[in-house]
Every structure is written in C-alpha cells, then in structure tokens.
Design a protein around this ligand. Structure first.
Ligand SMILES: [Zn+2]
Length: 294
C-alpha cells in the first residue's frame, strides 16, 4: 500500500481530521540519512505530522517548516512540507543510538531532549508566521498537541507512530490529527474523548493493517465522519545543482579561494536529502568568476 493522507470533517464540521500512512516515505528518509531506529522514529513522526500540517495550508507555494530544537543527542530535527503531500527532513545526528525506554519502546523523547518546538508557515505574507513552544516530552505528538493549544488556540489530539523492524527498516508509520473547531458542543467533546480513551496505539492500528480511513472511523465513530480529500504523499527534495551553486556563490572569497587552492573536488551535500553534488576546483573558480560580473 503506497503512502497517502486523508482529510475529513465530523460532527457537522465541528471536528476536522487528518490521517496518514507514511511507512514508505519514512523508510525513504531512513535510507537517505542512514538513520538509527530511534532517529527514524523521531524524524518519521515529524515528517508525518509535517505532511498533515502542510495540508492545512492553501497555496502551492506555501511552505511549512517544523523544527524540534532539543538538546538531546539527535540534535535538531527539521522537516518542511507543502500542501500537496511533499515533505523532506533531516536530523542533525542521524546515527544516535540510545537505550530503549523501560517499556521497551524507542526513547524518542530522550533522543530529542528538552528545548523548543518551532512551526514556521511561509504563506506568501511579508513575514512568515512563527510559533514556538517549549517541548513537553520530545515525543512529538504530545509536543504538537501542546503547540496547537497554545499557539493556534485549537484543541487537538495528535497521535503519531513509527514501527521499526528488527532489520532497522520501517514496518509502518502514520498518525492522525483531530481538531475541535470553535463552538463544538460538550456532547461532541465527550464523544471524542470516549473514542480516544479506548483507542489502541497508532502503531498497533497501522501494523494491524488499518488504513487512514479506518483509523478515523474508529476515532470519530458515531460522529458522522465525512472524508473530504485524499492525497498521495512522498519524500521529495527540491535541491538541484543550480541551488547548490547559488549557495557556493554566496560564500566569502576566502572560502572559495581555499577550495580552489586545495586542488581537490568539493562535495557539497544537501541537508534535507543527503544528495551529494561534486564540484571541481575549475568549477568553483568559474562560480567565483561569474559573480564578479554581477
Ligand atoms: Zn536535497
């Protein structure tokens, strides 16, 4: 089953919901960055959330950036997503290996550490929207629930999961976001809470083969669920040789001279996808020469 996400409403539009299955794209991210299991889980949860949050924006050019800026061993995690189901992301230290938690689960909170969650939305305004909250646990879903409550004043339930297999590959990944719109009645809130309290963990539902539709049917059981949209999702980086050239072109003369004088090929890697771009000293010299004319 390939990755996709759905959007839905329930309880006469007083509830909006998002759900995603993202195992393939999280596996792609793991392979690109050679992530350890705990980082695969942390990055995978963040990618899944980023895609759902990206779909809340409206324009093709809108860009959502989600950052976990923790002091844990995996360093910062950065994910960007658009509203069309494309996301990319990386962790500063992808190979972190720490002991599992007492319950045997991957210690994502321990790998992320304490610090901040930052959400940036570039929706074509002069200044991007930026919301920052303290990390609650570093487990991602709980941090986002807190972010939505504090920064966006939207009561939300966020659940995210990544199941990593024995061979370190991704078995399944996904999650959901349920949001209460203003004016939701106590009855709606009670019904939602009752459904959530009896819900199995996301990873259990996904590994049982539950689709995003089936997850929402359980979370929003008896609440008049309407699925409004379905979208394929994938890991996609928009880096290119031209972009890397631009970055090189913005370096100080001294740095470029050093590369040229070293006489060796320079490999520049894209943070987001780990894609490598190789430049010869002659090419670096051309980049240095070209900008003189500007
Ligand atoms: Zn890239």
């Amino acid at each position: 089953m390939s990755d996709y996400m759905i959007r839905a409403t329930a309880a006469g539009e007083f509830v909006r919901a998002f759900a995603i299955t993202s195992g393939e794209l999280v596996e792609t991210a793991r392979q690109k960055h050679d992530c350890s299991p705990v980082v695969t889980a942390a990055l995978g949860r963040t990618l899944s959330a980023g895609l759902m949050m990206g779909s809340m924006m409206k324009d093709e050019d809108d860009l959502l950036t989600l950052q976990l800026l923790g002091d844990g061993p995996c360093g910062g995690i950065t994910v960007t997503a658009d509203c069309m189901g494309h996301a990319k992301g990386f962790a500063a230290n992808p190979q972190v290996d720490i002991s599992p938690r007492a319950d045997g689960k991957l210690d994502v909170g321990g790998a992320v550490g304490s610090g901040f969650l930052r959400v940036m939305k570039d929706i074509g305004l002069k200044e991007p929207y930026v919301g920052t909250v303290a990390l609650r646990s570093g487990e991602v879903a709980e941090d986002l629930t807190y972010y939505f409550a504090v920064s966006e004043q939207t009561p939300s339930s966020v659940a995210l999961g990544v199941l990593v297999d024995r061979d370190c590959s991704v078995k399944c990944a996904g999650g959901f976001i349920i949001q209460l719109m203003p004016g939701a009645s106590d009855e709606v809130i009670d019904a939602l809470e009752a459904n959530l309290s009896s819900l199995p963990p996301v990873t259990a539902m996904l590994s049982d083969g539950h689709s995003p539709e089936e997850m929402l049917e359980r979370v929003l059981a008896g609440m008049d669920l309407h699925i409004t949209d379905r979208m394929e999702v994938s890991f996609r980086c928009d880096c290119s040789r031209e972009r890397i050239e631009k970055t090189l072109s913005s370096l100080p003369d001294a740095d470029l001279d050093e590369m040229i004088n070293d006489g060796e090929v320079v490999e520049v890697k894209c943070h987001f996808c780990n894609g490598a771009y190789v430049f010869t000293p002659q090419e670096i010299a051309q980049i240095r020469e070209a900008r003189k004319g500007v």
